[in-house]
Ligand binder design. Structure first.
Ligand code: RIB
Length: 319
């Protein structure tokens, strides 16, 4: 393993309002504060992988507009090994309107994906050498499915390990699930993919079994305050939640996925990588924003060391 992660995914300009509570339909409510910053599940996960120690090549697409200029400037100074940023003349840069509210700093997000959904077959072909050179290809579902499928096919052709974070959910075939090495839904996405309502650890176990039958070989279902379930080949692990003081949960799933990819690319086995990713994500929720909220490798390591009981619990097979 060379520690190389290729992330193909969205860039969005995030506009965040922090509220005492979520507004009701038809209601205007004053925010406590507001900010604008880089986001999009792809760019967030790429940043997380970088901060967790991987060499990262980010592939995305933006509009020919001010938000697109902002994206390019931001991505160029982030520290990636390389970026491939295509430009779309017809659709604007993706954007997301985000409310953060409540004691658990939960969020509500509306995404307009714009240029993210216009990646062409020719553009995917231009990325083939990049995908082939990576240890891991990490993708989500915030781009057009045709491009995601082609990227996955290219990764398989070159033996690159594929992680699919199926967020935000869109309908995907069982044939696609079978092409993926690791599937990482949250509880909502696992419900939609499996048809089993995932409300707790036991129902997550059932959903994982159903997803295996549909072709997914290895599955991690993130379960919010219930931690995560890792399931593969007749073995299951419970990954506990690391203690945290949540300020903004936006990007927590992205932190988990990016860190997971980074640790797998550097040679960790899956349970070890998942525990590291859980510690990494617990730090992300203590900071405001998405891409800018990713902690460092050293900070995540310190959190792991501060909670040896979480690590011990995680590494015990539970089924
Ligand atoms: O996962 C968080 C991200 O979802 C935000 O940054 C927003 O852009 C949406 O894509």
């Amino acid at each position: 393993m060379k520690g190389k992660v290729c992330v193909f995914g969205s860039f969005n300009l995030d506009i965040v309002a922090v509220m005492n509570r979520f507004p009701l339909p038809g209601e205007s409510l004053t925010a406590q504060h507001s900010m604008m910053g880089p986001g999009g599940k792809g760019a967030n996960q790429a940043t997380a992988a970088l901060r967790a120690g991987a060499r990262v090549h980010y592939i995305g697409k933006v509009g020919h507009d001010d938000f697109g200029t902002f994206a390019r400037r931001h991505l160029e100074k982030t520290g990636f090994d390389a970026i491939t940023l295509f430009t779309c003349k017809e659709k604007p840069t993706g954007n997301a309107l985000i409310y953060v509210a409540g004691n658990d700093a939960e969020n509500m997000i509306s995404v307009y994906p714009g240029a993210n959904t216009t990646v062409t077959a020719a553009e995917v072909t231009r990325c083939q050498p990049t995908v082939a050179a990576a240890d891991i290809l990490l993708v989500q579902l915030e781009n057009n499915l045709s491009a995601i499928q082609r990227m996955i096919d290219n990764a398989r052709a070159s033996g690159t390990f594929v992680i699919l974070n199926p967020a935000p959910w869109q309908k995907i075939s069982d044939a696609l699930l079978a092409k993926v090495d690791l599937l990482t839904p949250n509880s909502t996405e696992a419900t939609q993919l499996s048809g089993i309502a995932v409300t707790d650890f036991a129902s997550a176990q059932q959903a994982a079994e159903r997803l295996h039958r549909k072709g997914a070989r290895q599955v991690i279902i993130t379960l919010g305050i219930n931690g995560a379930l890792l399931s593969r080949a007749g073995q299951q692990w419970r990954i506990p939640l690391f203690p945290a003081q949540p300020l903004d949960t936006t990007g927590a799933g992205d932190a988990f996925n990016g860190a997971l990819a980074a640790r797998l690319a550097s040679g960790d086995d899956l349970p070890q990588a998942a525990v590291f990713a859980a510690a990494f994500a617990s730090l992300c929720v203590e900071r405001a924003g998405a891409a800018n909220a990713m902690p460092s490798y050293a900070e995540a390591l310190a959190r792991l060391q501060a909670h040896p009981q979480c690590v011990a619990e995680s590494l015990a097979v539970c089924a």
